[in-house]
Each structure stands twice: as structure tokens, then as C-alpha cells.
Ligand binder design. Structure first.
Ligand code: 21W
Length: 239
């Protein structure tokens, strides 16, 4: 899976070399090309923004450096071209899963008040937000999207924490985790986790997940489709 990121702040993306994603990048399982939009400015001062027509506060990213950068990076429009935008559809896990099926994704990051609308008209397939709060630009949202999608790329996660198998616990909040020591400041690890009865452990974890989800995110329970986990109906047949 290949990402192209267009930004005027390429250093934000240095963080991709940390942790699990850094390993996937060095193994070539994942690739992220970060392109500085400034390199495509024809202006003698490499300017990439200007004052808004109609007036108002802030600056707007100019159309030509963006269109030139997109056309240089993706001349045949092979990539799904996404603009990280506060006006976009909010990213969710099912969207992350569908993005993970793409071979190539181009992410345009806006800064300041945003980009000239004509850059979106000419170049962009869809707009995505990461939630209803105000940030200073699209770089952190792009990192969030890459991080969420990369987990679905084969080889990024170990086989242990793989995203593949469907379970009743999907769409529920996590059960509590414990590791050594068995007791810390009088707080004990629940007995059930020490006894090694894995059926009992699984029942306990599922119960904790349902309990926590009911308390904190009842909306998740309401949205949950339990049909795949119900016993199959016996088919009626004649005589
Ligand atoms: C935020 C630019 C707000 C402009 C009405 C007119 C990308 C983002 C961003 C940003 C404004 C995402 C105003 C969640 C985000 C992003 C920068 C509007 C005030 N209101 N997902 N002018 N949150 N943010 N400025 O902020 O580029 S995806």
C-alpha cells in the first residue's frame, strides 16, 4: 500500500518512522512519499498562500502549486485522492477498512483557512474529517488516517493482534488488561486471570466488555448487529 502526502509541513510526517509503522516502512510493506507543496510553487519566494478574495481573516492556499504537485505525483490518477477537511465525512472504522483495500491513496493536507476551492474541483475525489474539533491543519488528520489504515495492511501487525477474525467482541469496548506484578499497592489481578481456565477467562472478558460498553457507549451496543452470532435457524422441510 502506497500513500502520497502533499503538505507545506513535511516534518510532521517524520513521526511515521517510529514504532510499528516505522518497521513496516523499512520493510517496504508500506510506503509513504511526503511531498512539499512549496517545491511546486512557481513564485520567486516559493509562496503557497494568499489573502482570500472577498476579504476576511487568514490565508488561503493557492491553486497552482497544489494542482501541479498532484499532477506530478499522480499523473494518471491511479490514486484515490483525499482532501483532509473539516467539512469532510467523519472517518470511521468501516471507512478505514474500505480504504485499506486501495493500492494507492493521495492525501492533501490544508493549512491556514484551507485551500482554493478550484484545487478541490480539479483534483480531489473525496473529503474526510477525523472528528468535530478544530485543528490548525490537515497533517495530524492525515497521520491518523495512515495509522488506522496501515493496521489493515498485511504484515504490519503480528499474527497475534491481527485484524482479521470476526468476534462478538468487535464493536465493543476492551476488557481490562493486567500484567505482572500480581498485586500493586493492594490492587490484585482478578483471580479468574490467574487460574488458566480459558473458557472462563473468555466469558469474563466478554462480560467486562459488554458491561463497560453499556456504561460508557450504549450507542455502540444499539448499533451492533448481533445476527452473525445467533444460532442458525433450522430449515423447515416438507413431510
Ligand atoms: C480548521 C481550517 C477550521 C479551517 C468558518 C469560516 C482537516 C481538520 C482539518 C481548519 C477551519 C480535520 C472558520 C478534524 C480539523 C483541518 C484546519 C475553519 C474557521 N469557520 N478533522 N472559517 N478537524 N483543520 N476556520 O480541523 O484542516 S481534517
Amino acid at each position: 500500500m502506497k500513500f502520497d502526502v502533499l503538505t507545506v509541513f513535511p516534518e510532521y510526517f517524520d513521526v511515521l518512522h517510529e514504532s510499528l509503522l516505522g518497521k513496516a516502512l523499512s520493510q517496504g510493506i508500506l510506503s509513504v512519499d511526503v511531498v512539499n507543496i512549496r517545491d511546486y510553487s512557481k513564485d520567486k519566494h516559493k509562496k503557497t498562500d494568499d489573502a482570500p478574495y472577498g476579504g476576511g481573516a487568514g490565508m488561503v492556499m493557492t491553486v497552482d502549486p497544489i494542482v501541479s504537485a498532484v499532477e506530478a505525483v499522480d499523473p494518471n490518477h491511479d490514486a484515490l485522492r483525499i482532501y483532509m477537511s473539516p467539512k469532510g465525512r467523519t472517518l470511521c472504522q468501516s471507512k478505514v477498512e474500505s480504504l485499506a483495500k486501495k493500492d494507492r491513496i493521495l492525501l492533501l493536507c490544508g493549512d491556514y483557512e484551507g485551500v482554493d476551492e478550484r484545487a478541490l474541483t480539479l483534483c480531489i475525489d473525496e473529503e474526510i474529517s477525523i472528528g468535530d474539533y478544530v485543528l490548525t491543519g490537515g497533517e495530524l488528520p492525515a497521520l491518523v488516517l495512515i495509522n488506522a489504515v496501515a493496521r489493515y495492511v498485511d504484515g504490519v501487525l503480528g499474527s497475534e493482534e491481527s485484524t482479521s477474525e470476526e468476534s462478538f467482541a468487535d464493536g465493543l469496548l476492551e476488557y481490562p488488561h493486567y500484567t505482572r506484578p500480581e498485586e500493586y499497592r493492594g490492587l490484585k489481578v482478578p483471580d479468574v486471570l490467574l487460574k488458566g481456565d480459558h473458557n472462563e477467562i473468555n466469558r469474563w472478558r466478554l462480560q467486562k466488555s459488554v458491561e463497560t460498553t453499556m456504561q460508557r457507549r450504549p450507542d455502540l451496543l444499539a448499533a451492533k448487529d448481533i445476527a452473525p452470532f445467533m444460532p442458525k435457524k433450522k430449515r423447515k422441510h416438507r413431510s
